[in-house]
Design a protein around this ligand. Structure first.
Ligand code: GSH
Length: 214
């Protein structure tokens, strides 16, 4: 039985899992759930994830949610093309970076995204946006510094797939609110080059949020 992947278009957590599925070459059926109307709270989906959140998978009858748990499950169940480095210390560092993306980076991103993308144009507060952006820039500089080569942990893998959707969301802000978001040139150069490497992956286009396409 094929694996079913439930996702929301543009969800950074779902995008991480989508990139991981493609990386590993797993056969899956993608099922998009919308938030308006909210299809994450139907009785059918609550059987898959009682918390009613995406991403979630059903693999041969086994349901699992939480993006990091799903990614690590996939890596262990389908060991070909690993998502994490083999070396125990390198894995430790990769897991640290994944935790920091879910903690520090998200904490720095949220006020910026709230003040721009999630605030109506006429209600946006320039001072609030500038303050949020200054803090976010400090965090982005840390990530640029943490990038040891082409990717975050040897070959492309879970750290990259965790971080990428958040960085790409900054570009989405620019598309939706020109002048407020991040063009590649607004990112630290190392991060901009890394973003371009992810976008050049042969499977990248298949994972692109459907509702962002024109
Ligand atoms: N910690 C979860 C977060 C998942 C999450 O927040 N998903 C959002 C979409 S980005 C969602 O399904 N929200 C619907 C809701 O909370 O009702 C993960 O890593 O998978």
């Amino acid at each position: 039985m094929a694996l079913t992947f439930y996702y929301g278009s543009g969800s950074p957590y779902a995008w991480k899992v989508w990139l991981a599925l493609e990386h590993k070459g797993i056969t899956y059926e993608a099922k998009r759930l919308t938030f308006e109307p909210d299809q994450t709270k139907t009785p059918e989906f609550l059987k898959v994830n009682p918390r009613g959140r995406v991403p979630a998978i059903v693999d041969d009858g086994f349901a699992l949610s939480e993006s990091n748990a799903i990614a690590e499950y996939l890596d262990e169940r389908y060991p070909e093309k690993p998502l994490l480095p083999k070396d125990v210390r390198a894995r430790g560092v990769a897991r640290r970076l994944i935790a920091e993306a879910g903690g520090d980076l998200e904490k720095a991103l949220e006020p910026f995204i709230d003040a721009t993308l999630y605030t109506k144009a006429e209600e946006r507060d320039a001072k609030k946006i500038a303050e949020a952006r200054a803090k976010l820039d400090v965090e982005l500089a840390r990530w640029a510094e943490a990038l040891p080569g082409d990717f975050f942990a040897g070959g492309v893998g879970l750290v990259d797939y965790t971080l990428f959707p958040w960085i790409r969301l900054l570009g989405r802000v620019e598309e939706r609110a020109p002048g407020l978001g991040y063009k590649p040139a607004d990112l630290p150069p190392k991060l901009a080059a890394w973003q371009a490497r992810i976008e050049a992956l042969p499977y990248y286009d298949r994972t692109y949020p459907p509702h962002w396409r024109g």
